[in-house]
Design a protein around this ligand. Sequence first.
Ligand code: DHB
Length: 388
Amino acid sequence: MSQEHRTRVAIIGAGPAGLLLSHRLAEAGIASIVLDRRSRDEIEQTIRAGILEHGTVDILREIGGSRVESVGQRHDGVELRFEGVGHRIDLRGLTGRSVWLYPQHEVLRDLVGARLAAGQDLRFGATVERIDGVESDEPRIVATDAEGQRFEVAAEFVVGADGSRGITRATVAGSSREGYFREYPFAWFGILCEAPPSAEELIYSSSDDGFALVSRRSDTVQRMYFQCDPDVDPGSLSEAQIWDELQRRVPGTDLVEGPIFQRDVLRFRSFVAGRLLRGRAALVGDAAHTVPPTGAKGLNLAVADVLVLERALRALLLERDERPMLAYPQVASERIWKAQHFSWWMTSMLHVAPDATAFDRRRQIGELSSLVDSEAGRMFLAEGYTGW
Ligand code: DHB
C-alpha cells in the first residue's frame, strides 16, 4: 500500500521557481508539498549564473533571512568590449535600476532555509513516476521516496518546476520536445578560480577568437567563461591553455590568473514549451523554457513566471475564479518571448559562429558600435539587462 498525502498545490521541483512559489502560496494561506528527486546538498551546490535583475532582488528581499543584501553585490554597470576597447553601459544612469551579483546557489540556500524554518513539507530524494488526472479536478502524483517507498500526492493543482529534464514538461506539453527551439553551434567553458577580481564590473567581450565573459563571485573567487565547441571535454585543457584562451578573448586587459578549481561546459539552447497549461497542471521556469546563458535571464524569468502563476493560483483556489489561470500562458509568454529575444540577441551579437565570414564579423562590429554609440541602443540593452 502506498501512503497518500493531500495538499492544495503539489509542486514538482525544489529549484528557485518551486521554492519561491511555495513561499508565496504559504503567505496567501495555500498549503503545498514540494518534491525534488535531488538531495538538499545537490540542490544547494548547483553552480549556475550569478546575476539578479532589480525586480528579482525586490522579491527575494521579502523573504525572511535572505542574504541578498549582505552577501550580494550591486552592479550599476557592465562593460561591452570589442576591438580591444571597453564601453561601459551605465545601467543605473540609463534606467535608474541596477543588477545584483548573487549566485543561484546562494538564492537556493536562502529559500530552502526559509521554507524549512516555516515548516514547509519539502521532500528531497523523491522521484515522480507519473502525474495522473491533470484534466480532472484532482490531479495525483505517484512517486517514490529516497528509501524506495511508494507514495501518492492528491492535489487541486500540480506545478511543474522540475527543469528542462523533468517529467512535467512532457505531461503538460505532450512531449519533452514539443515546442519552439533553437540550437547554437557553440557552448561556454566556465571556470571558478582563486584570484582577486580582474575588474569591478562584468565584462562581455567579443573578439575575433570568440566571446568571453569576466564575472565574479567574491574578493577571492572569480567566475569566467569563454566560447568553446559544444563537444569539448572540460578536462581536456590545461590551466595554461584555459588562461591563454581567456586572455586572447579579452584583448586590452590583463586578467588576474589563479588556480582553477572548477570547470564545466554549458550547452546553449533556446526553448519554449508548446503548452504551459493543461487542465490542472502548469509549467514554470526551466520546465517551461530554456534560454542561452548570455545575459543571465534564466533565474529571473523563473521568478517572473512564479509571480504570474501565484496570482492565478490564488484566484483559482481562494476565489474559484479560473480566468487568471486560463490567461497564464498568454500573460507569461509575453515576458518569456522578450527574454528569449534578449538572450538570443546578446548571444548572436557577441559570439563568433564557426561558419562566420569576414562580412559577418564586420557586421557584428557595426552592430556593437551602433549600440554603444547610441543612447537608444544602450538604453535598449540596459532595459533588458535589468529586467523589463
Ligand atoms: C554570469 C552568468 C551569465 O550568463 C551572465 O550573463 C552574467 C554572469 C555568472 O555566472 O556570473
